[in-house]
Design a protein around this ligand. Structure first.
Ligand SMILES: [Zn+2]
Length: 300
């Protein structure tokens, strides 16, 4: 399947470029006015399709490549975009910035987390230091009539930030506001080392914006953003409490999932309608359990 482009507003597009033949893996967003920003180009195999979409939209100049965070499934193909748009500045959280200039540690972490599937992410090259621009919490990227407000939103990672386009109410969160791996239900995106306390504060901050549309990376644009953010925050807080109890009582991961399903009705319904949701749910819970262990180590 080829790349597809959906117009979300007069100025904003969702680009769905296939990743090894699969679509709906990572949404790339284009915000285009007098100045142009591309949010999360994806890894190199996918960034090729993003470039194809930019060419067909007639994008001649890119001002910013905005990275919600530096995980390689979002940021790995940044170098490829810069080859075609060398004047673009890469806007990235200051904690992530050094790893764009020297991706070796980021690549090693990716390999540890993804094992034999890690190589699918394709080639990752460094981005020239002079192209990198550190984000500041609360700043605004002015694009002419539209702007992207920057909010640091740690939790999923320490180097996560989100972008808010106030005139349209579109909020771009990367992985800071969950993902919808199965059945359309928003669940936490919580790889180790996840921090659910930071994640819940970030979600509260995003909800206070009263956004209209939640534009997540995995995957797509969802109306009713404020409500979705509130539900996800409650989910994060509940799962954190239950994971803490599971660690306290030495419960197996599947037993923790049973506790979650017992107290989180949409999760129970999801497991009934989509039994395959068990795998991403167990994965997601690992981040919570790992955090609960970490807290205990700090206290002892
Ligand atoms: Zn991520």
């Amino acid at each position: 399947m080829g790349v597809s482009t959906t117009r979300l507003t007069d100025n904003i597009y969702l680009i769905d470029a296939p990743y090894h033949g699969r679509t709906g893996v990572l949404a790339t967003y284009l915000v285009s006015s007098r100045r142009v920003a591309l949010i999360d180009p994806g890894p190199a195999p996918q960034a090729e399709g993003v470039l194809e979409a930019l060419r067909s939209l007639g994008v001649e100049r890119l001002d910013y490549v905005c990275l919600t965070h530096i995980h390689l499934d979002h940021a790995g193909g940044t170098w490829l975009i810069l080859e075609e748009y060398p004047d673009a500045r890469v806007h990235v959280h200051p904690r992530g910035l050094p790893h764009m200039a020297d991706p070796s540690k980021n690549l090693a972490a990716w390999a540890r987390a993804h094992g034999e599937r890690a190589a699918l992410v394709g080639e990752v090259r460094e981005v020239p230091q002079e192209a990198l621009l550190a984000s500041a919490d609360g700043e605004s990227l002015e694009l002419g009539g539209v702007s992207l407000e920057v909010l640091w939103t740690p939790g999923h990672s320490t180097h996560s930030h989100s972008y808010y386009e106030r005139t349209s109410g579109l909020l771009f969160t990367g992985d800071a506001a969950g993902h919808t791996p199965v059945g359309g239900l928003l669940i936490p995106t919580s790889p180790i080392p996840y921090n659910p306390v930071d994640a819940a504060s970030s979600l509260a901050r995003l909800q206070a914006l009263e956004p209209r549309t939640l534009c997540i990376s995995h995957f797509g644009a969802h109306e009713g953003a404020s409500e979705l953010l509130g539900e996800l925050k409650a989910r994060v807080e509940l799962w954190a409490r239950l994971a803490d109890r599971a660690v306290e009582e030495g419960l197996e991961p599947r037993r923790l999932l049973e506790l979650v399903a017992g107290e989180d009705p949409p999760i129970r319904a999801l497991l009934e309608s989509h039994p395959e949701a068990e795998t991403p749910l167990l994965q997601s819970l690992e981040g919570f359990t790992s955090y609960a262990h970490w807290v205990r180590r700090q206290a002892s």
